[in-house]
Design a protein around this ligand. Structure first.
Ligand code: AMP
Length: 168
């Protein structure tokens, strides 16, 4: 199913795209701004990724999470992945969920030793998803630029990362 999005055959509100990774809005967000990050290659579960594929997807997560947090004025971002049917995975193409969390509407609750996640799938229109994707994209250029400046990175890969974002 996600391969159709990668191929451009299915609709999606794209947040970030490059050769190895794709980020787009979840159609049933558990919170407004819920993003999915996937490898563009079809891999069912995380253990099907080799180290290079895993690294290529994972290294996008900090900037995406920062952009998401800023774009939604969230207090936090929860990142999780379900791998395997028994874990609750429903789409068998590896994906990371990035969910913005506000302090007054926590995703995770602790009562003593009892820890529960409250995940309610909500409906969102394509127009709403597109608007959120645009907001996150607008924030995405900033953290990447700042990170590049902070570490004085001028490598080709870092530069091509910035181009990827602006072209998305
Ligand atoms: P999981 O249950 O972890 O496998 O998550 C699958 C996620 O994919 C769910 O949150 C769905 O709402 C989401 N999803 C399914 N189809 C699409 C789609 N075509 N575009 C965006 N998100 C989707």
């Amino acid at each position: 199913m996600f391969c159709a999005i990668v191929a451009g055959r299915a609709p999606a509100s794209i947040v970030y795209r490059d050769r190895v990774a794709l980020a787009f809005m979840d159609v049933n967000p558990v919170r407004p701004g819920h993003v999915l990050v996937i490898p563009t290659a079809h891999r069912a579960q995380i253990w099907d990724l080799d180290e290079a594929e895993s690294a290529a997807v994972s290294r996008r997560l900090p900037a995406l999470a920062a952009a998401l947090k800023a774009a939604t004025a969230a207090d936090a971002v929860t990142i999780f992945g379900l791998n395997g049917k028994a874990a609750g995975q429903t789409v068998f193409h590896v994906h990371f969920h990035l969910v913005p969390v506000h302090a007054d509407d926590p995703l995770l609750r602790r009562r003593g030793r009892r820890v529960t996640f409250r995940l309610v799938l909500r409906r969102a229109s394509r127009a709403q998803l597109d608007t959120l994707a645009r907001r996150i994209r607008a924030r995405l250029a900033q953290p990447l630029t700042l990170t590049a400046d902070r570490h004085s990175l001028a490598s080709g890969s870092r530069r091509s990362g910035l181009r990827d974002v602006r072209g998305a």
